[in-house]
Design a protein around this ligand. Structure first.
Ligand SMILES: [Zn+2]
Length: 226
């Protein structure tokens, strides 16, 4: 076995360990029948909101991202969204440059395109020649990350890296170094073509977006008897 193969194996083992950690938060579910947000069906499910619920795990995973980008001096860690900001805090805390932690506010611009706005108070920290490390929890389309890169570059800053817990879009390419702890894009099916539906496996109605049109409530929580 050559070193390339060994490295690939090592990466696979590390990914499995990281996936196991995320699984322990309850954010990653397998061997079931889920309705996902696109309306498609899948055997696996990643619940974005649960992924940062265990502070010790988030710290450990944030630490791995920080170590990966440790050779790059970083002025700011930049995020958008609450989950990403919890992770970003852990990355910023563990990075040897002692970067500041900033977050941008998400919105929809023209034609429903994802836009991010940097609060004015953060302007002095993203300037010409400054370095930013972007942190995202779950990467699905990459539109938020692209908007963040644009924002930094428009202000004359440079994105030295993008770190993520889970990359669901394994075909994605950025022009900045990208690192995800887990790269996994599981298969999804149209309802009419879903092998689980064909086998008569009941759809999990406890988990998943707007099952039966009702808003998502109390998912992933266990009854406590109160
Ligand atoms: Zn199905």
């Amino acid at each position: 076995m050559d070193t390339t193969e060994e490295k690939a194996m090592e990466a696979e083992v590390l990914e499995r360990i990281n996936r196991g950690i995320i699984m322990r938060t309850g954010a990653y579910l397998t061997n079931d029948h889920f309705l996902i947000s696109s309306g498609r069906h899948a055997r696996e499910y990643v619940e974005k909101r649960l992924v940062t619920t265990e502070p010790a795990f988030t710290e450990g995973l944030g630490n791995i991202i920080a170590q990966h980008f440790a050779p790059s001096p970083v002025d700011v860690v930049l995020t958008s969204g609450i989950g990403a900001t919890i992770l970003g805090y852990c990355v910023a805390k563990a990075h040897p440059s002692r970067p500041k932690l900033l977050y941008a506010v998400k919105g929809k611009g023209k034609e429903g395109k994802t836009e991010v706005v940097l609060p004015r108070e953060f302007f002095p920290f993203v300037y010409r020649g400054s370095s930013a490390l972007i942190v995202e929890d779950i990467l699905t389309t990459g539109s938020t990350i692209r908007a963040l890169i644009r924002m930094v570059e428009e202000r004359g800053g440079r994105v030295v890296g993008i770190g993520s817990l889970w990359n669901r879009n394994t075909g994605i390419k950025f022009h900045c170094p990208f690192f995800a702890l887990v790269n996994r894009n599981f298969p999804t099916y149209l309802r009419e073509e879903c092998p689980l539906c064909q086998k008569g496996v009941p759809l999990n109605t406890e988990i998943g977006p707007a099952v039966g049109g009702s808003p998502r409530r109390g998912r992933g929580t266990r009854r406590t008897g109160s």
